[in-house]
Design a binder for this molecule. Structure first.
Ligand SMILES: NC(=O)c1ccc[n+]([C@@H]2O[C@H](COP(=O)([O-])OP(=O)(O)OC[C@H]3O[C@@H](n4cnc5c(N)ncnc54)[C@H](O)[C@@H]3O)[C@@H](O)[C@H]2O)c1
Ligand SMILES: [Zn+2]
Length: 361
C-alpha cells in the first residue's frame, strides 16, 4: 500500500497523498470500461469531483450526484440512480466509481452489485471512516425503515484509492469519528498500533493533519488490519465478529438516540462500556478500560452515554440489533489492548442485561 499495492488484498488498495489525480489511470487499468460512471454526494461533488473527473482525460465519464446524508442511503436513491443509468442507456461495459464517504460507497457499491446483475466498481473513499472501514470488505447496501443496512450484497471493489489529503476538507467531528474505528483496530489486533495512534494524536488532529505522514501511516495500518481480518473471514461467520467491538452498545446508542450522535462517537462510548463489561466478567485485563478511555478522550471522543439516554432504552435497543441470537445478546470483548477474547466460543460471549444495565448506570 501507500503508493504501492497490498499483496494481501484481492484488489489493489492505494493509500497515497495526491492519488486523487490518478483515479482515472488506476480505474482504466483495473476495470477498463466503455463508460466510467461517477457516483458522489452533493457535498463531495463540490469539493473533489472535478479533480477525479479530470483524471479520466479522454475517457467517457458520466456522473450522478445525490443529496448528502445517511437519510439518502435508501432503496429510493438506489432506484433513482439505476433509473438514471437505464434511461441514459448505460450498458454492462461500465465501471462505477464511488467518490465519497461510507454512504456513497455503500449505495454506489449496491448499485454496482445489482445493475444488470453486477458491474465492476472502484471505491474512492473521502472520509477517514470510509478509508479505513466502509470501503474495505465488500459489504454494500442501503437502509430501510426497519433498520440500517438491512438490504444489501457482498460485492468487492476492483480497487480502493484513498488520498489522505482529501481529509483536509472533512469537518473535525467527522475526522474524530473515523479515529474511533482506528482506535478499535488497535484494541482488537495490534498493541503497537494503538500506542502509535495515541502518540500521534496531536499531529493527526492538527490543522494540517491530513498532509502528515502519520495520517497516511494510520490509514495504511488500519486498512492492513481490517483487510487481514475480513480476508480470513469474508462472510462474517467467525473472526470478523471482532470488528464489532464497541458496536453492540454503539449501535444501540445510535438507535436509541435517534441517530443524533455520529457513528464513531457512539462506537467510542460502546467501546468504553464493553471494555468495562469485559473487566466485570473477568475476561478483560483490569485497567484496560482506563487506558482505552484515556485514548478516546484524547481523540476528542465521548466515553459515556448521553445523560438523557436511559440505560433501559439502550439495553432494549441491543435486543433489536441483528447481532443478537438465541435470546442472549452477544458481545465481542477484548482480553487486553491488542487482543480479543473468546476465540474458542467464536469470538463473542453472551452478557446478561442486568450487568449491562449496571455498567451503564
Ligand atoms: N460497508 C461497510 O463495511 C461499512 C462499514 C462501516 C460503515 N459503513 C457505512 O458508512 C456510512 C458512514 O460513512 P461516513 O462516516 O463516511 O458518512 P458519510 O458518507 O455520510 O460522510 C459524512 C459527511 O461528510 C461529507 N464528506 C465526505 N467526504 C468529505 C470530505 N473529504 N470533505 C468534506 N466533507 C466530506 C459527506 O458529504 C457527509 O456529509 C454509514 O452508512 C455506515 O453504515 C459501511
Ligand atoms: Zn463502525
Amino acid at each position: 500500500m501507500s503508493g504501492a499495492e497490498d499483496a494481501l488484498a484481492p484488489h489493489p488498495i492505494t493509500v497515497a497523498r495526491g492519488s486523487l489525480d490518478t483515479v482515472g489511470q488506476v480505474v482504466s487499468r483495473v476495470a477498463p470500461a466503455h463508460l466510467y460512471y461517477l457516483v458522489t454526494d452533493s457535498v463531495v461533488n463540490g469539493l473533489h469531483r472535478e479533480r477525479v473527473q479530470l483524471s479520466f482525460r479522454g475517457s467517457r465519464v458520466a456522473a450522478y450526484v445525490f443529496d448528502a446524508g445517511e437519510e439518502h442511503k435508501t432503496r429510493e436513491t438506489w432506484a433513482l440512480v439505476t433509473d438514471a443509468m437505464l434511461e441514459a442507456g448505460v450498458g454492462r461495459d461500465t465501471t462505477i466509481v464511488a467518490l465519497g464517504g461510507g454512504v456513497v460507497g455503500d449505495l454506489a457499491g449496491f448499485v454496482a452489485a445489482t445493475y444488470m446483475r453486477g458491474i465492476p466498481f472502484v471505491q474512492v473513499p473521502t472520509t477517514l471512516l470510509a478509508m479505513i472501514d466502509a470501503s474495505i470488505g465488500g459489504k454494500t447496501g442501503v437502509d430501510t425503515p426497519a433498520g440500517k443496512n438491512l438490504v444489501g450484497a457482498f460485492h468487492q471493489p476492483s480497487a480502493v484509492i484513498a488520498d489522505p489529503e482529501v481529509l483536509a476538507t472533512l469537518p473535525p467531528a467527522q475526522l474524530r469519528s473515523g479515529l474511533a474505528e482506528a482506535i478499535k483496530h488497535g484494541v482488537i489486533a495490534d498493541t503497537a498500533y494503538f500506542g502509535r495512534i495515541v502518540d500521534h494524536l496531536p499531529a493527526l488532529l492538527s490543522a494540517n493533519g491530513a498532509s502528515t505522514d502519520e495520517m497516511t501511516q494510520l490509514i495504511v495500518d488500519s486498512v492492513r488490519i481490517k483487510t487481514s481480518i475480513v480476508q480470513r473471514d469474508e462472510r462474517e461467520s467467525g473472526l470478523r465478529k471482532i470488528l464489532n467491538f464497541g458496536h453492540t452498545i454503539g449501535h444501540a446508542i445510535e438507535q436509541a438516540s435517534g441517530f443524533r450522535l455520529l457513528h464513531g462517537q457512539a462506537v467510542a462510548i460502546g467501546m468504553a462500556v464493553e471494555c468495562a463489561l469485559g473487566e466485570r466478567l473477568g475476561v478483560t485485563d483490569p485497567g484496560t478500560g482506563a487506558v482505552l478511555t484515556r485514548a478516546l478522550i484524547a481523540a476528542g471522543l465521548p466515553t459515556r452515554r448521553p445523560a438523557d439516554l436511559h440505560p433501559d432504552r439502550i439495553v432494549a435497543a441491543t435486543r433489536s440489533d441483528k447481532k443478537s441470537r438465541h435470546g442472549a445478546v452477544e458481545y465481542a470483548l477484548p482480553s487486553r489492548i491488542g487482543a480479543m477474547a473468546a476465540e474458542a466460543q467464536g469470538w463473542t460471549l453472551p452478557v446478561a442485561d442486568d450487568l449491562v444495565l449496571d455498567v451503564l448506570a
